[in-house]
Design a protein around this ligand. Structure first.
Ligand code: FAD
Length: 402
């Protein structure tokens, strides 16, 4: 097969690797508009579920990613005016540059034709190929060119954010909240090498304009943020990679294929950074698409059936994470409402922002930590028992209906 991937991010490079591994006779080309070694952003986080999948699909690149990854082992919550709290959990992080370097090298070793500084400028003129993989990111030109067919919807988040880096190496994943004269502003920071951390700053639009961040150039803006977060940075500067302040754009495409064109990664769906999963999902898309293409190439099914199966498999896997991402970004949009909670309750509310735990389990956990009075837990458990008893006859009745 002749396969062209438009975009050399994690989705495109990893799919190219897997397609070549599946059949070295495939002619696989990746077109990337940036020069080699140039990309946006800083470190990204992931967990061992991604590592398990990576080792299953390509142990060689998985071992390199594992070797390069930085491991952190808890969440630290620093909210101004409250004692620092610690939440359990561990994860990994890796610089985007390093990840793309590992994947690019692996792709080249396997014989992928990797072409940098090759921008697809006219999506109406796609290169001749049996399969075009549109892995050109959240602003996908290929998707937008056929917007009606792909049914892309874009929802713009309310908060402002900026993806910065710093030479201050945080000990672990750290959330820091500061109250300014214009309202609350906070960061999500984590180390990704022994010499650097990601530092994402977020705030409401009112705080953003109130602090004058909308009017400052990048250097002055980074200096202003450095001053606000001074006590966390130990004199290290903040570095703006040049993308500036943005609002998160949640993109969802209704359909992911059109003839021989298929969307993967951020081109098909974006996932808010508050749950740190976009790269993982992009690479897992690549895995599912590689399985589908292998099935088509072996004569098992038509290309359109294989692409449809890929889409269904991925949409089912994405749904719970997208719900969690929505809940999580909504929590940060309402952050100022939680600011008056005592330290422990504030951090448990933060840790439960994805809305994954039922209220009673969350309260049980908080009460064992002394973060809510026992009476609140007793009321909640009684209400739960009463509710279940009320539903029991209806359940019995339903079971009796043939
Ligand atoms: C602030 C922030 C923090 C994040 N943190 C995390 C995290 O901790 N963990 C995580 O898993 N995810 C994180 N993400 C999400 C993650 O960055 C993306 O989900 C991921 O990069 C998607 O990969 P992709 O390959 O689909 O797209 P991209 O990485 O965007 O790659 C697309 C590529 O296509 C190229 N391209 C675009 N148009 C063209 C064209 N016309 N011609 C040729 N090339 C083109 C681009 O230059 C780019 O290299 C974060 C995102 C943000 C914004």
């Amino acid at each position: 097969m002749r396969i062209t991937c438009v975009g050399g991010g994690p989705a495109g490079l990893y799919f190219a690797v897997l397609a070549k591994l599946a059949d070295p006779a495939h002619e696989v080309t990746v077109l990337e508009r940036n020069p080699a070694g140039v990309t946006y952003g800083w470190g990204v986080v992931f967990w061992d579920d991604l590592l398990d999948d990576l080792f299953r699909y390509d142990p060689v690149s998985a071992a390199r990613i594992w070797d390069a990854a930085y491991k952190w082992d808890e969440y630290e919550v620093r909210a101004a005016g409250k004692p620092v709290t610690h939440l359990g959990g561990y994860g990994f992080s890796l610089g985007r540059h390093r990840l793309l370097d590992i994947l690019g090298k692996r792709a080249r070793e396997l014989g992928v034709d990797l072409r940098y500084e090759q921008e697809l400028t006219d999506p109406a003129q796609l290169p001749a190929a049996d399969l075009i993989v549109a892995c050109d990111g959240a602003g996908s030109r290929i998707r937008d060119h056929d917007a009606e067919h792909f049914g892309a919807e874009v929802e713009t988040g309310r908060n402002k954010y900026i993806w910065l880096g710093t030479s201050r190496v945080f000990r672990t994943f750290t959330f820091g909240f500061e109250e300014t004269e214009a309202g609350w502003i906070w960061f999500h920071a984590y180390p990704f090498t022994a010499g650097a951390s990601t530092f994402i700053v977020e705030c409401t639009p009112e705080t953003w304009t109130g602090l004058g961040l909308d009017r400052l150039d990048p250097a002055a803006g980074a200096a202003r943020l450095g001053k606000i977060f001074e006590r966390h940075l130990d004199g290290h500067p903040l570095d703006d990679a040049g993308r500036g302040w943005l609002n998160f754009r949640r993109v969802t495409a209704g359909r992911w294929d059109h003839g021989n064109v298929v969307l993967i990664g951020d081109a098909a769906h974006t996932t808010h950074f508050a749950i740190g999963s976009g790269t993982k999902l992009a690479m897992q898309d690549a895995m599912a698409l590689a399985d589908a293409v292998a099935s088509f190439a072996s004569g098992g099914e038509t290309l359109s059936a294989a692409l449809e199966r890929y889409e269904h498999r991925r949409k089912a896997a994405l749904a719970p994470l997208q719900r969690a991402a929505r809940a999580s970004s909504a929590w940060f949009e309402r952050m100022p409402e939680y600011a008056d909670l005592p330290a422990k309750r504030f951090s448990y509310a933060l840790s439960n922002r994805r809305g994954e735990y039922p209220a009673w389990r969350y309260l049980l956990h908080m009460s064992t930590q002394g973060a809510v009075p026992r009476t609140v837990l007793r009321w909640t458990l009684s209400a739960r028992r009463w509710n279940r008893a009320r539903r029991r006859p209806a359940r019995r009745l339903r079971a009796a209906v043939p």
